[in-house]
Design a protein around this ligand. Structure first.
Ligand SMILES: [Zn+2]
Length: 200
């Protein structure tokens, strides 16, 4: 609750505590790490693509460095945009569709946004001429994350529209222009529906 109003003085991560988490919670966390790489850091995506969960579980130094890098990405985005609605929205990459299927199918948050990111990347291919869908999908798979799922598109679209107030004409969607560079674009609902259907 404090964090809703003021930024924290410091963040404390207990690496030993992380070691005690079951594997699916590591996957869960790595979904957000891969998201950060996709929207802000192409170099980190390459690093992630070269490793896997076991590597980070066994290498405390690499894990600590990875956590620090991710905190920096998030802090930078949030501080730059503490009270506005600009850069911060980019953190929603994969979350629009992700949230819709997370609720409908009782998925882990990380698993749901993994699928959401794959759709967003494929939509980016059409809308932004994004070329690296393969790298994103392969990296997600390497961290045990799902990249496809059958779901009711109409039901998902309904949840997405309820989520957003300005959804009449189109939906603001976070897309990738290239790896490490996210943008947002308003996509007409019909186009969005057709693209999601195309890739289902
Ligand atoms: Zn999330």
């Amino acid at each position: 609750m404090v964090g809703l109003i003021r930024q924290p003085q410091f963040l404390l991560y207990d690496l030993d505590f992380l070691q005690s988490l079951p594997k699916h919670h590591w996957e869960n966390g790595f979904a957000e790490i891969i998201k950060h790489a996709a929207i802000k850091d192409a170099t980190m995506m390459k690093e992630l693509a070269a490793h896997d969960i076991t590597y980070y579980q066994k290498n405390k130094k690499a894990l600590a460095a990875l956590i620090e890098k991710n905190v920096q990405i998030k802090v930078k985005v949030v501080q730059k945009d503490e009270f506005e609605k600009g850069d911060r929205k980019l953190l929603n990459f994969g979350h629009t569709l992700g949230h819709a299927i997370e609720n409908e199918h009782a998925l882990l948050h990380g698993h749901a946004i993994s699928i959401g990111m794959v759709y967003a990347a494929k939509i980016s291919q059409v809308m932004q001429d994004f070329k690296d869908v393969g790298l994103l999908v392969e990296t997600l798979k390497k961290y045990g994350l799902p990249t496809a799922m059958h779901f009711d598109i109409d039901a998902a679209m309904e949840v997405m529209q309820k989520d957003k107030k300005n959804a009449k004409a189109g939906m603001q969607y976070v897309l990738l222009n290239k790896m490490g560079k996210a943008v947002y674009e308003t996509i007409p609902m019909k186009t969005l529906y057709n693209l999601i259907k195309l890739y289902s």
